[in-house]
Design a protein around this ligand. Structure first.
Ligand code: SF4
Ligand code: SF4
Length: 156
């Protein structure tokens, strides 16, 4: 959940880069559900309490390949360490690579506004749940599909 790209916020929040080697969509959902339960039990309020929650396990200690900080809030994937939650202070620093962008997000940045808009509409038309969306972003599947579609419409 880099949130450096508008793509990170589509389809209920992308979590494609909040872990790796995911065993299955179901296991990802289980991991986020358990993280959310732990987060609610901890109920952090102060910065110190958020850091205690973050540091309850090491960054490499993933749950079914998923970062243990990733939770579900109002039906969306969400990182409680994000600066939006802490008056601009980024509690993810030293925990994950806050500047990471996936291949799709990097290429997206280079496109014109019109092409970006077409890609966003293409994604929205898929009506994917947030885990399917995340997995497809992580594997560049939506990017590849979109580029084929763009190619085929340009030769018509
Ligand atoms: S995988 Fe890409 S789109 Fe998804 S959160 Fe990471 S950088 Fe954003
Ligand atoms: S700390 Fe937050 S942004 Fe970083 S990998 Fe974990 S859930 Fe994702």
């Amino acid at each position: 959940m880099a949130l450096l790209s508008p793509l990170c916020q589509l389809s209920g929040g992308c979590m494609g880069c909040c872990g790796h080697d995911y065993p299955s969509a179901e296991k990802i959902r289980d991991a986020i559900r358990e993280n959310t339960t732990e987060f609610k039990a901890a109920n952090p309020q102060t910065e110190q309490e958020f850091l205690q929650f973050r540091d309850r396990r090491s960054p490499m200690d993933l749950r079914f390949g998923v970062c243990r900080n990733l939770i579900l809030e109002s039906g969306c994937n969400f990182c409680p360490l994000h600066p939006a939650r802490h008056q601009g202070k980024d509690l993810r620093i030293n925990h994950c690579d806050i500047n990471y962008l996936c291949k799709t997000a990097k290429i997206f940045e280079t496109w014109s506004d019109e092409k970006q808009q077409r890609f966003v509409l293409f994604i929205e038309s898929k009506k994917l749940d947030n885990i399917t969306y995340s997995l497809k972003m992580d594997k560049s599947l939506l990017l590849n599909e979109f580029l084929i579609k763009e190619d085929s419409s340009s030769v018509k």
